[in-house]
Design a protein around this ligand. Structure first.
Ligand code: HPA
Length: 276
């Protein structure tokens, strides 16, 4: 059972270990998705903290995620980036998956930039496109806020009318235009995975109004909104999920496409951060 008292204490213990190693207050947090850790190459790195060294931090089990906090300067701003995130399919609880977001907020992070690899269902989308997330659908069958609410962290029934800040979406579109990078915009739907979807499931997911599907992001966004963060979400479309022309994919291809698309994502994130 979720024990709110221990959760609160665990958050504070992680915060104090990280805070000792910071030279300033990070106002911006970044979560890098599968195959998308390359943004840190653009950082002037001050400190790297492997997740194993942070009390109560889950340790990521997916090989494509290296699992550390990277702290330093990006486009002149002091940021804290998670290279490697946690997925529900790895067997963690919703509270564990979102623990780092709680910790980042307590460290002073107000703006959160999140990336993920996603399957494109909108027939206009192509492999290698970027999609600014305008809204989401939580199809995980659970919610990270279930259990006793910690009122000092956020409200019992957080508003979800604008989980992805319009202001940040506008900024990202402005940057994309300036940098001549094509971006799509659409609704992201989260499923648990780890199995990819059947054709019938893609048909169903598309009919819900979703444009892209993935196995992450939504829990972190819900917790970010709970704590009052301003959020920008960007999906990298790593495969085309068109039910009537579906081809088999494997995770290696998904990661290869994510890697190839990284430079566009990195440019947008970096330039948005510059303008914040
Ligand atoms: N479903 C389908 N394709 C994907 C996914 C997913 O969850 N993530 C990345 N590509």
């Amino acid at each position: 059972m979720f024990d709110p008292e221990s959760y609160r204490r665990e958050i504070e213990e992680a915060v104090s270990v990280i805070r000792e190693q910071l030279s300033a207050n990070p106002g911006i947090g970044i979560i890098l998705g599968t195959g998308l850790g390359g943004l840190v190459d653009e950082m002037e790195i001050e400190k790297e903290i492997p997740y194993q060294q942070i009390p109560h931090f889950p340790v990521s089990t997916v090989e494509s995620h290296s699992g550390k906090l990277i702290i330093g300067y990006l486009a002149g701003k002091y940021v804290i980036a998670m290279q490697g995130r946690f997925h529900y399919y790895e067997g963690y609880s919703m509270q564990q998956i979102t623990f780092p977001v709680r910790v980042m907020r307590r460290l002073g992070v107000q703006r959160l930039l999140i990336s993920n690899a996603a399957g494109g269902m909108n027939p206009q989308f192509r492999k290698g496109d970027l999609m600014l997330i305008s809204d989401h659908i939580n199809l995980l069958g659970t919610n990270p806020l279930i259990g006793q609410n910690l009122d000092e962290l956020g409200p019992r029934f957080p508003d979800m009318s604008e989980p992805y800040a319009e202001r940040l979406i506008d900024l990202a579109e402005e940057v994309a235009l300036q940098q001549q990078i094509k971006v799509q915009k659409g609704v992201f739907i989260a499923v648990t995975g780890p199995s990819l979807e059947t054709r019938a499931e893609y048909r169903f997911l598309r009919a819900t109004g979703a444009d892209a599907v993935g196995m992450s992001t939504v829990p972190e966004v819900i917790v970010g909104v709970h704590m009052g963060m301003e959020i920008l979400g960007i999906s990298v479309i790593t495969d085309e999920c068109f039910p009537d022309a579906l081809k088999a994919v494997n995770v290696e291809e998904i990661i290869a496409t994510a890697n190839k698309t990284q430079p566009k994502l990195t440019t947008i994130m970096r330039e948005v951060i510059r303008k914040l």
